[in-house]
Write a protein that binds this ligand. Structure first.
Ligand code: NAD
Length: 319
């Protein structure tokens, strides 16, 4: 089994991906790293090290010392936080990726995974069923960094043969780890608040439809893409990936079916503008065709699972 390095392992995706990769590759074959040590996290149930993804020398040393063959590179500054710190977001998102790509080239690693985002698309892109090769023109620094990152991945693949694979994740929803400063974080908070307070004030207006996905589907997609044969991968920038699309009022309605006294109100803030620049739904036909992608969760199935698990965590019985 290949030895795997996860960078940014303590985050929303990294926590669940590390657990899944340890099941797949064996506990001893996955090195989880992050710039900070999480408290109470399953990533600590195995080899964990501190690593700043901007420190290329430390990253290279860790790769060589541990005989790493694959890297999952997840650390980034997300869309909402990035708008408050644009230069820092650019520095982290770009330079950490270039560190990974350089090391993958020099050390002849087997594969790299790096996530892009639906944020590569801006207002000039098609709103509904936004296509794989739709015009991008992102309007956030996060989207600009992802758009440039996709081209760097393609460049390293074409020029140096680095087998780097990527997915444009939509907003991801999970109950295990808090989201890290994205524009779609509301879709996690709304469930937590429905359980804890039975009400939620949403920072997007009720009609803002965005592409979303339950974390289980995102993890499965990541693993499926990384296990596809190289000849199946026709997209070397990043694959569009669709799960479901809904508005805040639609997710609230699905919660109300299980928590009848749940109430929501809307006070849009700066994140409304970011959300308005993104597509409402995604055409993921390339991922379906190339490596058999198919989402399992729709909104009712996700709401059922989120409330069930959060209820268990909060020891409540609204479900
Ligand atoms: P997150 O913010 O939850 O986690 C990122 C992790 O990176 C954190 O644990 C943080 O401590 C770590 N980190 C920050 N700076 C670092 C550094 N210098 N060195 C090492 N680690 C550092 O993010 P996430 O939601 O898990 O996202 C992971 C990846 O997926 C990112 O590239 C993000 O752009 C992408 N993505 C996420 C979503 C989503 O909805 N969560 C959607 C689209 C794309």
């Amino acid at each position: 089994m290949s030895k795997v390095l996860v960078i940014g392992a303590a985050g929303q995706i990294g926590t669940e991906l590390t657990v899944a990769l340890r099941k797949l590759h064996g506990n001893a074959n996955v090195v989880a790293t992050d710039i900070q040590e999480p408290s109470n996290s399953p990533v600590l149930d195995g080899h964990f090290e501190l690593l700043d993804a901007l420190d290329g020398n430390a990253m290279r040393h860790l790769v060589i010392e541990n005989d790493i063959q694959q890297i999952y590179h997840l650390s980034a500054m997300l869309s909402a936080t990035g708008e408050r710190h644009p230069i820092k977001a650019w520095d982290l998102n770009m330079h950490s990726l270039l560190n990974v790509l350089e090391i993958a080239k020099d050390e002849e690693l087997e594969k790299v995974f790096w996530p892009s985002s639906i944020a590569v698309f801006g207002k000039d892109a098609k709103k509904e069923q936004c296509g794989q090769y739709e015009i991008q023109h992102p309007s956030t620094v996060y989207g600009i960094s992802k758009s440039a990152g996709e081209l760097w991945c393609k460049y390293y693949y074409e020029k140096y043969g680095v087998d780097v694979r990527s997915i444009r994740y939509p907003g991801l929803i999970s109950y295990k780890t808090a989201p890290g400063g994205g524009t779609t974080d509301y879709a996690v908070e709304i469930y937590q608040q429905a359980i804890a307070e039975k009400n939620y004030t949403c920072y997007l207006n009720q009609h803002t439809k965005l592409p979303m996905m339950y974390m289980n589907d995102a993890i499965n997609a990541t693993i499926d893409l990384m296990h596809a044969a190289p000849k199946q991968i026709s997209v070397r920038t990043s694959y569009n990936l669709g799960g479901m699309s809904f508005t805040p009022s639609e997710i609230a309605a699905s919660i109300k079916e299980r928590v009848p006294d749940f109430k929501i109100d809307y006070v849009p803030d700066y994140r409304q503008q970011i959300a308005d620049s993104w597509p409402a739904s995604i055409d993921d036909s390339y991922a379906r065709r190339d490596w058999g992608w198919q989402a399992e969760y729709d909104l009712p199935a996700m709401t059922k699972e989120m409330l069930l698990h959060l209820n268990a965590l909060f020891i409540n019985d609204y479900y």
